[in-house]
Write a protein that binds this ligand. Structure first.
Ligand SMILES: Cc1cc2nc3c(=O)[nH]c(=O)nc-3n(C[C@H](O)[C@H](O)[C@H](O)COP(=O)(O)OP(=O)(O)OC[C@H]3O[C@@H](n4cnc5c(N)ncnc54)[C@H](O)[C@@H]3O)c2cc1C
Length: 272
């Protein structure tokens, strides 16, 4: 039996799609506050050939705990499995690794946005007795605007070129006009100009927007790892040699402090 942990998100539906290809599937979830160790104990106690979850923060955390409890290896962000061989995404998507996954049950998470979503069907709510371990009592969304970065159709993002926290006023204005979420690079979060929740990249959020507007961002591999899910990328940069242009569909070589307000002004003009 293939046990799959599901949440109420799109990634769980993708994990179910993948898990169905492995055998008879039993979908489970939990009620009550998220308590990683207690939930992992409940998963580990099931008699399963494989335990699968989405490669989300939660799915990876839970399966890592299950691996520790059962003393079994765990493969994160898998895109294919053939017997003991798994192919998984490493380094934010820049590398595919083939590895042999020993152990029973097999423990794996499914790389986000690599599988079609499937109907989740029946879901059993497992008991996870409180074992006194830490639990999440409240979750506060640290976001600069009303639109979530992960789900936004348009993301307007700023990098070091924005220059300061105050400099983001023009990024926020354009985002507001486009109904977009505001994103940023790691330099920006490291400088404290924006919260980590806004960071796009390997160690931030991986977006899947229709349009990504990258302003004053050089296009480091770790940043592109989070931006490449966008269908179209518009890059605004003063440096014609900036690596971001290799990933961009549209390029504006210019100072974002002039270009971004000009786009906003034009949007306002055409909308009357
Ligand atoms: C393990 C690891 C994980 C990482 N994870 C992430 C991650 O998740 N996300 C992330 O973003 N980075 C991540 N990084 C950092 C990454 O390597 C880069 O350092 C970072 O993305 C660079 O940010 P930036 O493009 O804003 O700054 P820079 O690389 O300094 O680029 C600034 C750009 O702005 C342009 N510019 C300057 N002034 C203007 C102007 N007035 N108008 C227009 N353009 C201008 C410049 O030409 C330049 O191209 C990670 C690094 C490591 C080692």
């Amino acid at each position: 039996m293939i046990l799959v942990y599901v949440d109420s998100d799109e990634l769980s539906a993708q994990a179910v799609g993948f898990a169905r290809t492995l055998g008879d599937l039993h979908a489970v979830t939990f009620a009550g506050p998220y308590q990683p160790t207690a939930w992992a104990k409940a998963l580990a106690a099931q008699d399963a050939d494989a335990i699968v979850a989405a490669g989300s923060d939660r799915g990876n955390e839970l399966l890592a705990h299950v691996g520790a409890i059962l003393d079994q290896p765990f493969a994160a962000n898998v895109i294919a499995i053939d017997g003991d061989m798994v192919t998984r995404v490493r380094w934010g998507g820049s590398l595919l690794e083939e590895a042999r996954l020993h152990g029973a049950p097999k423990l794996l998470t499914v790389a986000p946005h690599t599988q079609p979503a499937a109907e989740i069907g029946d879901v059993e709510t497992l008991d996870a007795p409180d074992d006194g371990s830490p639990k999440v009592l409240e979750r506060v969304e640290e976001s600069s605007g009303g639109v979530s970065l992960r789900d936004a159709k348009v993301v307007v993002s700023g990098g070091r070129g924005v220059g300061s926290a105050e400099g983001f006023a023009i990024i926020e204005e354009l985002a507001g006009l486009l109904g977009a979420a505001v994103g940023c690079s790691r330099v920006v979060t490291s400088a404290g100009w924006r919260p980590h929740a806004d960071q796009v990249g390997q160690t931030g959020t991986k977006i899947s927007a229709d349009l990504y507007v990258a302003c004053g961002i050089s296009g480091a591999t770790q940043h592109i790892a989070g931006a490449k899910g966008a269908k179209k990328i518009l890059a605004i940069n003063t440096d014609p040699e900036a690596p971001i242009f290799a990933s961009a569909d549209y390029a504006v070589i210019g100072d974002l402090h002039e270009v971004v307000p000009a786009i906003s002004a034009e949007l306002k003009r055409v909308r009357g």
